[in-house]
Design a protein around this ligand. Structure first.
Ligand code: PRX
Length: 656
């Protein structure tokens, strides 16, 4: 038996049966080729974790073997105690001893069209030279380094060079504004920043260096800015502080000793949005994170030596950390990297690159798939996509129509689709089908990965009735889980471990069907998901109220056919300020400047007052209802002034 034959529940999609068993030809070559094998391993991972992880941890190369699997004192988990290893050694050096030495580690295509390939040997050489450069600039184990780069091989090189020195990196997405960059580098206390003279996107240059200069105005903490020459265009350099990497780096710097670090040595800090106005620095450590990435990459994407794996995420997001850099390189896979926009110069750019490089595995986001659907199948159909054998999805629930389009138009009905549910905090994929074993149901991320113990509970933490919507929690620690919020241990406990006592609360709503499949419905806290990007409503609100004309702001999500959700901002103005279309444009620009271009309110609605509880809290629930249904029927008894609702509905319905 290659698949579950007894699955009972799956909504039909476009009139078709909603269960897709793994293709037999795929299963027969897969790392895990039947569902019984998955169930056996899963059971072992939960019931005998020592045995399971004892075996699986051999996927990594340890300088000192670990002695104790887990020390768990809520909310602090420490894994693989006594073990020592180096993440960069695991991603590079160990592959140099055998036939992988001359294998492509990174195949890169720049947006203007140039192609560069780095073998494992070449990547190792670069990483060593960079690590030596960083060390010469005073970087030592424990020092934080901020990386603000486009999607060029140097992004991976920089991350691995930091890891080699045990210096936690904090990558800031190149689309974030100078203000967002400043907030992050101040929070993590970095002294060194790595950037570029720019990067290409949709034919234009992203002015990274100019933004860095702006971010560092009045900030003296950054002692050195190391700059990659990418575009060759002149950029303002500050004599004392800034250096071109190509001028600083030394040819004969090749050797760089590797120091093993303890399993729990910090590997990186990555900022993500939460329910407060400020992003949180999610902290990941070395062994558990790397092992989670390595195992999920191997089993969920069924990677083989000859694969070329393309995860389209930017390294500025966790998906880029785990599935562009650490996971694939830890297992010696070849990854493809692309710098620019998916529709540049034409909407078939992705398909042309798959054709040109014979990419075998594509891992992207539903929002991208929906954009491709909108461009039209005439862009994908003529291309030769016969190299593809597996597809992946991440970042938001995939709607069954997009799943089916992906399956038929891109996968040509041949490729399994791995829908992976996870978060910045979880480090690696948590709920996802094993492509050779698990039957897929479009829209469901399916079953938990090894060692992951999810459940659906009600507000009190009691198990939700089968099929009922509830809160998604994880009942026990897993190796790649976050180890904290940088500088905020209380926030860590409160956000994740106290809402439902004793378990990790994901912030997501979900239900589990009769077959045990998980159906994630999306965030149930004040976090929005716009085009697969995680955006805190409070963050956008605080950006809006920092505008001199704004008194108050409340941001809610509205369903959007392409982006998943779109931002709608309710704004009240300061006394004497008048609403106008040009002020709306001004506010949109202001938010972009404060956070980045990924955050652009779709609608701005001016109101004379916002609905509040008697204790003064804005009732976003009502605003959401108003946006979604055009009216409010929900409970308004806790409103301080019920008349605001009628006024608001009238105002919102009227053009300003
Ligand atoms: O709501 C879930 C959604 O994205 C959130 C995590 O966002 P972030 O930390 O930015 O990481 C995104 C990439 C891992 C989750 O709380 N999400 C992510 N993947 C899925 C998903 N929702 C449904 N299905 C998914 N496959």
């Amino acid at each position: 038996m290659t698949a579950d034959t007894h699955l009972s529940e799956a909504p039909s999609v476009n009139g078709k049966e909603g269960i897709f068993p793994p293709p037999r030809t795929f299963s027969s070559h897969a790392h895990i080729g039947n569902v019984d094998e998955y169930r056996r391993l899963y059971r072992e991972s939960i019931e005998s974790p020592e045995t399971f992880w004892g075996r699986m941890s051999a996927e990594l190369d340890w300088a000192d073997p670990w002695k104790e699997l887990l020390a768990w004192e809520l909310p602090d988990a420490r894994w693989f105690l006594g073990g020592k290893l180096n993440a960069s050694y695991n991603c590079l050096d160990r592959h140099l001893m055998g036939p992988r030495r001359n294998k492509a580690a990174i195949v890169w295509e720049g947006e203007p069209g140039e192609v560069r390939t780095l073998t494992y040997q070449q990547l190792h050489w670069e990483v060593c030279r960079w690590a030596n450069l960083l060390a010469r600039n005073g970087v030592a184990a424990g020092d934080r380094v901020v990386i603000y780069l486009p999607m060029i091989p140097e992004a991976a090189i920089a991350m691995l060079a930091c890891a080699r020195l045990g210096a936690p990196h904090s990558v800031v997405f190149g689309g974030f504004s100078s203000k967002a960059l400043r907030d992050r580098l101040v929070d993590c206390g970095a002294r060194i920043l790595i950037t570029a003279d720019g990067g290409y996107r949709r034919g234009k240059i992203i002015p990274l260096k100019e933004r860095v200069n702006e971010a560092l105005e009045g900030v003296s903490q950054i002692e050195r800015v190391l700059v990659v020459r990418r575009t060759g265009k002149p950029v303002p350099m500050q004599a004392e502080r800034d250096r071109w990497i190509e001028e600083e780096i030394q040819e004969d710097d090749a050797g760089c000793k590797v120091t093993p670090f303890e399993s729990e040595h910090p590997l990186f800090i990555l900022y993500t949005s939460g329910t407060t106005g400020r992003p949180k620095g999610i902290l990941h450590t070395t062994a558990g994170y790397l092992l989670g990435c390595a195992l999920t990459t191997k089993y969920l994407f069924d990677i083989k030596e000859e694969d070329l794996f393309w995860c389209t995420a930017d390294v500025g997001w966790v998906t880029g950390h785990s599935y562009v850099v650490y996971g694939p390189l830890a297992i010696g896979a070849s990854v493809f990297l692309y710098e620019g926009a998916p529709d540049f110069p034409r909407p078939d750019r992705f398909w042309r690159m798959i054709e040109r490089h014979r990419i075998t595995i594509l891992y992207t986001a539903p929002t991208a798939i929906r954009a491709f659907m909108r461009f039209g199948e005439e862009w994908v159909e003529p291309r030769d996509l016969s190299s593809l054998r597996l597809l992946g999805s991440v970042g938001e629930p995939i709607n069954p129509e997009a799943w089916l389009w992906y399956h038929e138009k891109v996968g040509r009905g041949r490729c399994p689709i791995v829908d992976t549910w996870w978060q910045t905090e979880t480090g690696s994929a948590m709920i996802a089908p094993l492509p050779g074993a698990t039957a897929c149901k479009p829209g469901s991320a399916s079953l938990p990965f090894f060692g992951v113990d999810p459940a659906i509970v009600d507000d009190q933490g009691a198990p939700a009735l089968p099929g009922r919507q509830g809160k998604l929690v994880i009942r026990r620690p897993w190796p790649s889980m976050l180890r904290g919020i940088y500088g905020d241990p209380e926030g860590f406990r409160k956000t994740y471990w106290s809402q439902i006592p004793g378990v990790y609360f994901t912030g997501d709503g979900a239900r589990q069907d009769k077959d045990g499949y998980f159906w994630i419905t999306g965030r149930i806290d004040d976090v929005l998901n716009v085009s697969g990007h995680r955006i805190g409503t409070a963050e956008v609100e605080s950006a809006l109220v920092s505008h001199p004309k704004v008194a108050e702001a409340a941001v809610v999500g509205e369903p959007d056919p392409e982006k998943g959700e779109a931002l709608v901002a309710f704004v009240t103005l300061r006394q004497g300020e008048a609403a106008s279309e040009s002020l709306k444009d001004d506010l949109r620009l202001h938010v972009e400047k404060q956070i980045g271009s990924i955050v652009r309110p779709k609608e701005i609605l001016f109101a004379s007052s916002l609905p509040k509880t008697r204790s003064g809290k804005i009732m976003r629930r009502l605003l959401k209802e108003l946006v979604r249904n055009g009216q409010i029927e929900g409970d308004t008894t806790t409103l301080e002034d019920p008349s605001t609702i009628a006024a608001l509905a009238k105002e919102v319905g009227q053009p300003t």
